[in-house]
Design a protein around this ligand. Structure first.
Ligand SMILES: NC(=O)c1ccc[n+]([C@@H]2O[C@H](COP(=O)([O-])OP(=O)(O)OC[C@H]3O[C@@H](n4cnc5c(N)ncnc54)[C@H](OP(=O)(O)O)[C@@H]3O)[C@@H](O)[C@H]2O)c1
Length: 353
């Protein structure tokens, strides 16, 4: 059994890892950190695990972690991760980091969006942890950087269009709507329930940090062609879930045939269990909806052609805490450990939710 540790187990992302890993048959959870709740049972912070796990939170001391674990997830804020991860790697541990600190291959966009990096030399060692794009690299990775949740939604929506040169790579607008758990377990003034509930708050219309990783990954798919994203984020009245809607325009104003776009999506996601292309003619849920993927590792994608102004609207719904972080992290872990990729991830969510 591979021994697994989690640094940041009291947070929402770390807590989601624990919820899924408690039911993983091929690993053993041996270490979970919280500085604030050290010595307490993990169900004090993740109450649904009462009667399911007897693990207690411990302090994140490197010697203890190195002794008890083979692979560690770091589910801590960006900037904090870059102080912890190099030490874990130096101790021979495999690491899957959920923060933004190792997602970018180049230091310039990191500095632009996040400020100075204390370990820029580690960027080239990390693999972007999106299994559908980087499965082979993840297999042998020592350090995997899990995609940002809103970035993942935008990339899943756009990848087939970019890969097949169907859209203008310099004119892409992403309108992202996200639930409250995306901002973590500690309430702030803006995330306080009476302030955030019943609102659609445009909180980052320009300059969103996920822009850099979306451009990086779509740029790779476009064989290095420059990709530019105008990304705008809205906080909506959901606890979990993201809907990313991308407004794009056909390359050279030449609208592809609808059947060719359908083929592009089907081909790109062929064999990908966790990305579902939706093409339904009838019913309430014809298009991706965060309600349908809450609690699951599925991302739903689709598109429509708007002949009125010659655009393609593509979209993706996913759960920020599962396919948007802990699920992709565990999918990557399964790949790294040579396990069945779907293990512990097949739960379809709850309906109705
Ligand atoms: N929430 C999401 O939907 C989501 C989606 C994608 C990615 N992520 C990323 O996942 C990471 C965690 O996010 P979150 O939403 O779970 O945040 P969170 O709920 O605020 O949790 C943060 C965790 O980090 C721990 N921590 C903070 N500073 C630390 C330090 N110096 N040393 C050790 N542990 C420390 C905290 O534990 P103690 O203070 O108890 O030690 C806590 O468990 C972030 O990088 C975030 O960007 C989150």
């Amino acid at each position: 059994m591979t021994r697994i540790g989690i640094i940041g187990g009291s947070g929402f992302a770390g807590g989601s890892l624990i919820q899924l890993l408690c039911f993983h048959p091929d690993i053993e959870l041996t270490f979970i950190s919280s500085r604030k709740w050290v010595g307490k049972f993990i169900h004090t912070q993740i109450p649904i695990l009462r009667g399911i796990s007897k693990l207690k939170f411990e302090l994140p001391k490197i010697e203890n972690i190195a002794e008890k674990c083979d692979l560690v997830f770091t589910a801590v804020p960006h900037k904090t991760a870059q102080e912890i991860v190099p030490n874990l790697v130096d101790h021979g541990l495999k690491v899957i980091d959920l923060s933004a600190d190792f997602r970018l291959r180049k230091i310039e966009p990191y500095n632009e969006y996040y400020g100075e990096h204390s370990h820029p030399e580690m960027l080239k060692e990390a693999v972007y942890g999106m299994p559908e794009l980087h499965r082979d690299e993840i297999k042998n990775a020592k350090l995997v950087a899990v995609p940002g949740c809103q970035a993942a939604s935008a990339i899943y929506a756009l990848a087939p269009l970019i890969k097949n040169n169907m859209i203008d790579p310099l004119k892409i607008i992403v309108d992202s709507k996200t639930g409250s758990s995306g901002s973590g377990a500690i309430a702030t003034e803006s995330s306080h329930h009476p302030i955030r509930a019943n609102s659609i708050r445009p909180y980052k219309l320009t300059g969103h940090r996920h822009t850099a990783e979306i451009e990086q990954e779509l740029g790779n798919l476009a064989n290095g062609t420059d990709v530019k994203i105008g990304f705008s984020a809205h906080a909506v009245n959901l606890t979990r879930g993201i809907l990313g809607t991308a407004y794009t325009f056909p390359l050279n104003d030449k609208m592809p045939e609808e059947r060719d776009i359908i083929k592009a999506y089907r081909t790109f996601y062929r064999g990908e269990k966790f990305v579902r292309f939706m093409r339904l003619a009838t019913g309430v849920f014809r298009l991706p909806d965060p309600k349908l993927i809450a609690g699951s590792n599925y991302a739903d994608v689709s598109f429509e052609i708007d002949t009125h102004i010659n655009r393609i609207v593509s979209l993706c719904a996913l759960d920020n805490l599962i396919k948007g972080t802990a699920g992709n992290a565990i999918q990557s872990m399964n790949i790294m450990l040579g396990l069945k990729e779907e293990t512990a991830l097949e739960f379809p969510g709850l309906y109705p939710y």
